[in-house]
Write a protein that binds this ligand. Structure first.
Ligand SMILES: [Zn+2]
Length: 255
């Protein structure tokens, strides 16, 4: 690093366990309360329970794409969707509690869904935050492919309400879309090109999240779901991946 930074290299920063262990990229930088927090951004609410303190320089050495944020003012946040994506800066919320009425129709908010763990402790998070678009009153349409919430798909309508500042929480299901959701856990990295090709060929779409080995697939009603499932089935028998039909709404032809 030849460029001098405006903050000392040993400046204390809070990181979640995933950043500490270098198992996930930094997707959220928060100056909430003035402190520096570098987080994976994947919606764990118990973040500070597992928080570690490191010198910020260690993380910047590892990931120089955080350097442009060193002028982030206290109270601000910056977030990016992927490790190579553009940082989006957000000023501190104007009031302590943001009423739902403050969000205009068609604006996007993040809605927090509480996750229930199964007997194996899966999923490894207490909540998942998903983008949603306001339709009216307290009605929102899901704008992400869910990675963990069960029986939820892109385009589903949900009710939500403002909790603390800027955070909306899921209250109930509204009308479900005709989209189905499948999640894939990549076991052999080299399967990715074929997997992505098969998804696109079937007419489905996918999202990659902060969990590096997961792929969330959205399957619109007119996709070749039978063909996609055939591929997934074969690839899982070859131990290249595992998959979960998280919100299956397709009717498969009987044959
Ligand atoms: Zn994390």
């Amino acid at each position: 690093m030849t460029q001098p930074s405006p903050i000392p290299w040993h400046q204390k920063a809070y990181v979640c366990v995933h950043i500490f262990e270098d198992t996930r990229p930094v997707l959220l930088v928060s100056r909430n309360g003035g402190a520096w927090s570098l987080l994976c951004g994947h919606g764990h609410d118990d973040i500070m329970l597992g928080a570690k303190v490191v010198g910020i320089g260690h993380i910047l050495d590892r990931d120089p794409t955080i350097l442009p944020l060193l002028d982030l003012p206290a109270g601000w946040e910056a977030e990016r969707e992927t490790p190579t994506g553009d940082w989006v800066r957000r000023p501190p919320p104007e009031s302590e509690s943001l009423p739902p009425e403050a969000v205009a129709v068609n604006e996007s908010v993040k809605i927090r869904f509480t996750l229930e763990k199964d007997e194996d402790g899966y999923p490894p998070f207490t909540s998942e935050r998903l983008w949603a678009r306001k339709l009216g009153e307290d009605l929102y349409e899901i704008d992400n492919i869910p990675f963990f919430v069960r029986d939820l798909s892109l385009g589903d309508r949900v009710s939500a309400e403002a909790a603390e500042a800027g955070v909306f929480v899921f209250r109930g299901m509204g009308e479900r879309s005709s989209n189905s959701t499948i999640r894939v856990f990549v076991i052999r990295e080299e399967v990715r090109p074929t997997l992505f090709g098969e998804i696109e060929k079937s007419g489905a779409e996918y999202e990659l999240g902060a969990v590096p080995d997961m792929v969330a697939i959205n399957i619109p009603v007119n996709s070749d779901v039978a063909g996609l499932l055939r591929y997934l089935d074969q690839a899982s028998r070859e131990k290249s991946l595992e998959y979960e039909e998280a919100a299956p709404r397709y009717a498969l032809p009987v044959n």
